[in-house]
Design a protein around this ligand. Structure first.
Ligand SMILES: Cc1cc2nc3c(=O)[nH]c(=O)nc-3n(C[C@H](O)[C@H](O)[C@H](O)COP(=O)(O)OP(=O)(O)OC[C@H]3O[C@@H](n4cnc5c(N)ncnc54)[C@H](O)[C@@H]3O)c2cc1C
Length: 432
């Protein structure tokens, strides 16, 4: 790791956070010839939730040059997702290769401790100055624009580092959006999650061995993910309304056990399994910032927005937003224009793709709606549905499905991105 002292007091780009979004944007910028310093407060490897990739991550992983590392790893290959009703009835698996029998229709189930370490090592190999155990305490604003950060490397001497562009990739901490008060929670998706890793759970054989399973609990009050990992491990966790999971319930271990008993298909798969991690809890995690960039700053990954985890879209959106942002930042340096308008050019495209997934999230939570019934009645939409499930949401026509779907469920209006004039206002208030 480069000592923070080695960083010049001014650098073209500072990236805050070394998860998938931060590692991706910084690698692509370094590959584009820019000097980049990345500050990550944790020392890797560390536990992180978010293990199931969507197939469309393939193209960004290819640009980063890490496909071979994934191919030669022991991460299980994910070829499908399958849904189970509260009575335990399975849907037909949605095989991603039904759309396109190419390698890009398969992906991996990754332990994030390994994946994030691999991504940050790759960033370093590509020329990024990576600093771990270095927390950014503050983003500095001057004359209404981001001008750098204060970094605390744990030596008791936080120091300012100037930057032309500051990229916020701090995940759920969402440093800039929270500070500017531009984070908008989704009031209909106030959810929480309780989860852990298990060893020796039962898996399906053959091509289904690496499948993600989504299983409703009895009474449809919540759902479980079941994600097979390497080393005979699985990630399992329940998502439900925050009050269902945390109001008048016992400690998280007890909640998780009770919820497993409430989901017989999962209980059967875990019968011979042993929990090998602590039980983790997260709550109230669906939100989006009202803009993705300002004067001299950019948001990527969860720092911009987080959708419910039902479709495992988090890492895909982290990678795609980082890729879009890197293009905008490289162009900004070429034109010497670091305005909100130039840096935020990718916002509309990103938000449109995210909105497609958000609509499908609402469909999933609509009582009595089921994808099995929907595709039975409208087999012509099965391919489009798979497009969204693989994360191919940034192309035209992907939202056609919703004209029909809105006859079955209440779909949300799209959240518009706010106008860029407001950026100046916010940046000014961030000084106070
Ligand atoms: C219950 C649940 C289940 C999920 N399941 C999936 C799934 O199966 N598949 C999937 O794709 N996604 C899933 N996700 C989403 C996924 O976890 C995130 O979308 C993804 O990790 C986002 O990547 P990121 O780089 O934006 O943020 P992160 O991965 O959170 O990385 C942010 C990094 O920033 C660092 N940081 C924060 N603040 C500072 C600071 N001030 N200074 C320096 N560093 C800082 C943090 O330490 C962290 O390493 C799930 C999320 C939840 C809540």
């Amino acid at each position: 790791m480069d000592p923070v002292e080695k960083i010049p007091s001014d650098i073209p780009v500072v990236v805050i956070g070394g998860g998938p979004a931060g590692a991706t944007v910084s690698t692509l910028l370094a590959q584009g010839g820019l000097a980049v310093a990345l500050f990550e407060r944790e020392k890797f490897p560390r536990f992180h939730i978010g293990e199931s990739l969507m197939p469309q991550t393939y193209w960004t992983l290819k640009k980063l040059g890490v496909l071979e590392k994934l191919r030669s790893s022991d991460a299980p290959v994910k070829a499908s997702v399958q849904f189970f009703s509260e009575s335990g009835r399975p849907s037909r698996p949605f095989y991603f290769f039904e759309r396109n029998p190419h390698e890009c229709s398969y992906t991996w189930q990754v332990e994030r401790a390994w994946f994030d370490q691999m991504m940050i090592d790759n960033a370093r190999e590509k020329g990024v100055q990576v600093h771990q155990g270095a927390a950014v305490r503050e983003v500095l604003f001057e004359n209404g624009r981001a001008a750098g950060v204060i970094v605390d490397a744990g030596n008791g001497q936080p120091r300012p580092i100037g930057a032309t562009v500051v990229v916020d990739a701090t995940g759920l901490s969402s440093l800039i959006a929270r500070r500017l008060g531009i984070q908008r929670k989704d009031p209909k998706l106030v959810k929480g999650a309780v989860f852990a890793h298990y060893e020796n759970a039962r898996r399906d054989p053959g091509i289904d061995e690496g499948a993600t399973l989504v299983l409703h609990t009895r009474g449809n009050r919540g759902w479980f993910w079941y994600i097979p990992l390497s080393r005979n491990r699985v990630s399992a966790g329940v998502v439900s309304a925050t009050r269902e999971l945390f109001q008048d319930r016992g400690p998280p271990e007890q909640v998780l056990e009770e919820e497993i008993r409430n989901c017989p298909v999962l209980e059967e798969r875990l019968q011979e399994a042993r929990r090998i991690s602590t039980v983790h809890v997260l709550r109230d995690f669906s939100y989006r910032a009202s803009r993705c960039a300002g004067e001299g700053w950019v948001l990527v990954g969860d720092a911009f927005g987080f959708l419910d985890p039902i479709y495992s879209s988090g890492v895909l959106l982290a990678l795609k937003s980082a890729e879009f942002a890197a293009e905008a930042i490289l162009e900004a340096f070429e034109k010497r224009d670091f305005s909100a308008a130039r840096l935020g050019r990718y916002g509309a495209r990103l938000a449109k793709g995210m909105e497609a997934i958000r609509k499908l999230v609402y469909a999933f939570y609509t009582p009595d709606f089921s994808f099995a019934n929907f595709t039975r009645e409208h087999p012509e939409h099965r391919e489009r549905l798979i497009d969204i499930l693989i994360g191919d949401v940034f192309k035209d026509g992907v939202t056609d499905i919703f004209e029909t779907m809105k006859r079955f469920c209440d779909l949300p209006d799209e959240i518009p991105l706010e106008k860029e004039e407001n950026n100046r206002q916010d940046a000014k208030s961030a000084k106070n």
